[in-house]
Design a protein around this ligand. Structure first.
Ligand SMILES: [Zn+2]
Length: 279
């Protein structure tokens, strides 16, 4: 096994349709110690998605599986809760106007922020579509994301973003800053290794990690494991981050391992992955 904490910054555990805590056990057997567990999109966990209670129900399920994962891990897990940016397209297809969809999604983010303020949520998640949408949907999505920045600033937490990708996210970081949220509390999920503005959460492919190490910027590592029985090979499995940590160490990148698993988590989320590791 490895020394020190190993954190997967973005993975899903689905206690309803997927493996749930068993995937956390696989991560732990590979040497992983800490997890940030994202709720699945609301439409995958609960049948009705047209009331804010559906968000609450999905968040409760995620918090439950996080408790189970914490029992298993030498470190612990935390929930990161939010509203999937693609929900807007589903709502518009169902007859919502973009404005109505914006209001509904913002209400969902407010529930997520409550889970952070009152516990056990660690951070919230928002973003905007990663595929082409019309102007009204794009504007509404940006408004949702900006509301997420306001909520994160008020709550004093970080926000993970699922966006169209790309390396220049300075505009988005500026929007966050204007709302009182520092750029280092904004995390770009599914990063290829380099991003300007937010902190990169780098998907665990070797070439991405090489890029991240070259930048010498703070970064996190993730799999975006989906825990979806219908898409078993989608993205990366739960063992990936521990394996890539071994790979980084073998190449002498011990400092980068410390950056991604101790220093950046402390800076972004205020969590201490060393103190929360059992001896
Ligand atoms: Zn994800």
């Amino acid at each position: 096994m490895t020394d020190g904490p190993i954190l997967d910054n973005h993975l899903h555990l689905d206690p309803v349709n997927g493996r749930g805590a068993e995937a956390a056990a696989e991560f732990a057997r590979a040497g992983g110690t800490h997890l940030l567990v994202l709720n699945k999109p609301s439409w995958e966990l609960v049948d009705s998605v047209d009331s804010v209670d559906a968000f609450r129900e999905g968040f409760e399920l995620t918090c439950g599986v996080v408790e189970e994962a914490t029992e298993i891990l030498d470190g612990r897990a935390w929930p990161v809760l939010g509203v999937h940016p693609a929900l807007i397209s589903r709502l518009v297809d169902d007859g919502y106007t973009p404005e109505e969809a914006r209001e509904f999604m913002q209400a969902g983010l407010e529930v997520a922020a409550e889970f952070v303020a009152d516990g056990p949520g660690l951070a919230i998640k928002s973003g905007r579509p990663h595929y082409d949408v019309d102007e009204a949907v794009w504007e509404a999505s940006n408004a949702v994301m900006k509301h997420g920045f306001e909520l994160a600033a008020e709550t004093g937490c970080a926000i993970q973003l699922h966006t169209e990708g790309g390396e220049d996210m300075t505009q988005v970081a500026t929007w966050a800053g204007e709302r009182g949220l520092p750029a280092e509390q904004v995390v770009q999920h599914f990063s290829g290794g380099r991003v300007r503005g937010p902190i990169a959460s780098v998907v665990g492919f070797e070439e991405n990690l090489e890029t991240a190490v070259e930048t010498t910027e703070p970064f996190l590592m993730e799999t975006d494991y989906l825990d979806d029985p219908d898409r078993p090979g989608a993205v990366l499995g739960p063992k990936t981050v521990p394996r890539r940590v071994t790979w980084l160490r073998d190449q002498g990148f011990e400092n980068a391992v410390r950056t991604a698993h101790v220093e950046t988590p402390a800076r972004v989320y205020g969590i201490d992955t060393e103190a929360t590791l059992e001896g």
